[in-house]
Design a protein around this ligand. Structure first.
Ligand SMILES: Nc1nc2c(c(=O)[nH]1)N[C@H]1C(S)=C(S)[C@@H](COP(=O)(O)O)O[C@H]1N2
Ligand SMILES: [Mo]
Length: 387
């Protein structure tokens, strides 16, 4: 299997609006084995899913977003010689082939949303450095593979182990950048939900999404979903790697990871569960909708798996809220589609807002910000013209 990111439009197209200010147009790419995606960076590949695909329950593999930190990605992976190695604080080290995973363990499938911690970073005010994602750094899929718990059992993970670490085949291009290694608390890793997927949506994973194996951590931000996973180490003690202790930190114990530009949080902790969010998917901003007719506004709501109970729409800047209809429930770790039949009665601009609430009563803030641009979940506004 070969990897090559072919950019068919790599010029940044700029035009000017009436005021003369520069408008940067989207750039598109079609890497080998994938569909057309929005380009953020090509080395390493960081590619965003176009919003229109979020009208589907599951995000097709071909247009599933792509996010890598290190430019050293293997361009070929031999499925026959590939081994997943399990070691560290275990009774028996294992080297499992893909065939071993498929035949020696119980097959397990779960639907779960994979959302980058930095999804929607471009909407932070003030702006935050990092990948300027819109809402497309996420996707919903059916993941099939093996429960990590079953693998830890076969390896005879020793009692009292503190954590489990995960490493993939990608390597730093320069020795200055630390290798991408993530960790989970041992009890979390062995909870029977965390799994190693060899299929997404019933097919092998695309190379750019972590072929042949990806760790799936339902409800947690995608930074933990280590792709091209080839090494699992059971750790006796706490793991102190760069990607756990220096990167991917959020303000500690503060709802929605919120902090203020003029008083940054004093204590930080590793990012973990996804916060509650809802977004608009259709129509797209500034679209014209017909007057005095019912128009279906559609979107998505999701959280860490605590059950979205309510999605509400406001057309008066949040003074009053009306319930949207929740569509099919695809599982607690899935996103939930919703729709709202909107009948605009006046010829004017409407500013719709959407807000989700979960079974724990957690909901979305009016304003949210943090220094790293993570967990974006402030209430979204969609401006539409009725005529
Ligand atoms: N090996 C490896 N796994 C990784 C990463 C990485 O850089 N290397 N990035 C993580 C991050 S931050 C995200 S958002 C998801 C993205 O998964 P995708 O590329 O399949 O969309 O992969 C995660 N797993
Ligand atoms: Mo991410």
């Amino acid at each position: 299997m070969l990897l090559s990111v072919i950019i068919f439009s790599c010029k940044t197209k700029t035009t000017s609006d009436k005021t003369g200010s520069k408008i940067v147009k989207d750039e598109w790419v079609k890497p080998e084995g994938k569909g057309t995606l929005l380009l953020l960076t090509d080395r390493p590949p960081n590619l965003e899913t176009p919003l229109k695909y979020f009208l589907l329950d599951y995000t097709p593999n071909k247009v599933f977003f792509v996010r890598w930190h290190l430019a050293g990605l293997p361009t070929t992976i031999n499925a026959d010689t590939f081994r997943l190695r399990i070691g560290g604080n275990v009774a028996h080290e294992l080297a499992l082939s893909i065939a071993d995973l498929k035949t020696k363990f119980t097959r397990y499938t779960i639907t779960a949303l994979c959302q980058c911690a930095g999804n929607s970073r471009s909407f932070f005010d003030p702006r935050v450095a990092g990948g300027q994602w819109k809402n497309g750094a996420m996707g919903n899929a059916k993941w099939t593979g093996v429960k990590l718990k079953d693998i830890l059992l076969m390896a005879g993970a020793k009692a009292g182990s503190m954590e489990v670490t995960f490493n993939g085949l990608d390597v730093p291009p320069m020795s200055a950048t630390p290798d991408f290694v993530k960790s989970l608390a041992y009890d979390h890793a062995a909870d029977g939900e965390v799994m190693i997927a060899y299929e997404m949506n019933g097919e092998a994973l695309p190379l750019l999404n972590g072929y042949p194996l990806k760790l799936v951590v339902p409800g947690w931000y995608a930074t933990y979903w280590v792709g091209m996973l080839n090494e699992v180490q059971v750790q006796k003690d706490t793991f102190n790697g760069f990607w756990m202790k220096k990167a991917y930190l959020i303000p500690k114990d503060i709802p929605n990871g919120n902090e203020r530009t003029d008083s940054l949080a004093a204590k930080m902790e590793p990012i973990n569960k996804m916060d509650v969010r809802s977004i608009f998917v259709s129509p797209e901003p500034e679209q014209v909708i017909p007057l005095s007719q019912s128009y279906a506004i559609q979107g998505l709501a999701f959280d860490a798996g605590d059950d979205i109970t309510k999605v509400e729409i406001s057309v008066d800047s949040g003074k009053t809220w009306m319930p949207a209809k929740l569509d099919a429930d695809l599982g607690k770790y899935s996103w939930r589609r919703w729709h709202y039949n909107f009948i605009p009665m006046q010829k004017r601009m409407y500013h719709l807002q959407v807000k989700a609430t979960n079974a724990k009563g957690q909901t979305q803030p009016v304003h949210q910000w943090n220094r790293s641009g993570y967990m974006h979940n402030e209430i979204e506004t969609l401006s539409l013209k009725a005529e």
